[in-house]
Design a protein. Structure first.
Length: 314
């Protein structure tokens, strides 16, 4: 197969990863986690979410977390920039109230979260898809006016636990609406890990035609063990941006059986073995995954962190 020379990885472990974990990490541990990611070469990190801790307690302290990391990004110590200097930092924002918190934190990029499933939209953000787009239009307009960039998440693109099959035409239409609204990139989510490579290629080609490959990323969960196969299918049709979560952390608290995201180190191991560059230090990612595991109080699902690197790589 023809493969790209380089792939872009967007690390979502600190937000999409942690939001579905039983263990709640304090702000300082999350900052240490972010530092380790940056030191491993990660160039895009979603730090947290400006949501009510009443609904997502794992995201409590996001204002403090984001503010502190943004401050670290801007500072110099002994004339040297911090590890965050060249890292693009972002945070999830559900509404205009959350946007105000994001503005105060100094973060330069936000993300909004829409669904391709009506039932899931109501479960997750308590409104219809149409209502969510009206809400987000105001958020995006204000963010752009504040010189912030905006990423759009579109969930349930390959299937929904409440509705079953999701129309591919609907996914494309909604992705176009988010792009037209002012998002510069749409993350296409397999939120419950039901996608297969054939489906990924079919929908991916339709999305590429509508959006262009530079305006989309793929977001796969490994619930049923197909995430790496789906990434490979995406590569085959020229998609080169992927969300991943260190250790395979997380999932979605509002979707039954939506277990962890594909593990960053598993993705990077596969890509590096294929000769595809990521700019990430795989050994550092594995070390960070192992550092994180006891803090989470459970074995993380990453296969590479568990097995380690092979002694001989041909």
């Amino acid at each position: 197969m023809k493969t790209p020379n380089r792939v872009r990885i967007i690390e979502v472990g600190l937000r999409d990863g942690l939001q579905n974990e039983k263990t709640v990490l304090d702000v300082e541990t999350r900052i240490a986690f972010a530092k380790r990611l940056a030191q491993a070469g990660v160039k895009e990190i979603e730090l947290g979410a400006f949501v009510s801790p009443q609904w997502v307690p794992q995201m409590a302290g996001s204002q403090e977390l984001v503010s502190k990391v943004v401050a670290l990004k801007r500072e110099k110590v002994d004339g040297k920039h911090s590890e965050f200097k060249t890292v693009r930092l972002s945070a999830l924002v559900p509404n205009t109230k959350g946007l105000e918190g994001a503005k105060q934190s100094g973060v330069e990029r936000i993300a909004i979260f829409a669904s391709a499933s009506e039932a899931f939209s109501k479960k997750n953000i308590n409104c219809t898809i149409k209502e969510s787009l009206v809400r987000y239009r105001e958020v995006v307009e204000q963010a752009l006016a504040a010189k912030m960039s905006v990423r759009g998440y579109l969930s349930m693109c390959f299937g929904c636990p409440f509705e079953g099959k999701v129309s591919e035409a609907k996914v494309v239409k909604l992705a176009e609406k988010l792009l037209d609204m002012g998002c510069d990139e749409i993350s296409i989510g397999d939120t419950i890990g039901v996608a297969d490579p054939v489906q990924v290629k079919r929908l991916g080609k339709a999305l590429k035609s509508a959006l262009g490959k530079d305006a989309m990323a793929m977001h796969f969960h490994d619930t049923r063990g197909t995430a790496l196969a789906n990434i490979l299918a995406s590569l085959e049709i020229g998609i080169t941006s992927f969300d991943s979560s260190l250790g395979g952390l997380g999932g979605c608290p509002y979707a039954p059986a939506a277990t962890g995201n594909v593990a960053t180190e598993d993705v990077v191991y596969m890509l590096h073995r294929m000769g595809v560059k990521t700019g990430l230090d795989l050994e550092s990612l594995i070390e960070t995954s192992r550092w994180l595991q006891p803090k989470m109080g459970r074995e993380l699902p990453s296969k590479v962190a568990r097995a380690g690197l092979p002694r001989i790589i041909s």
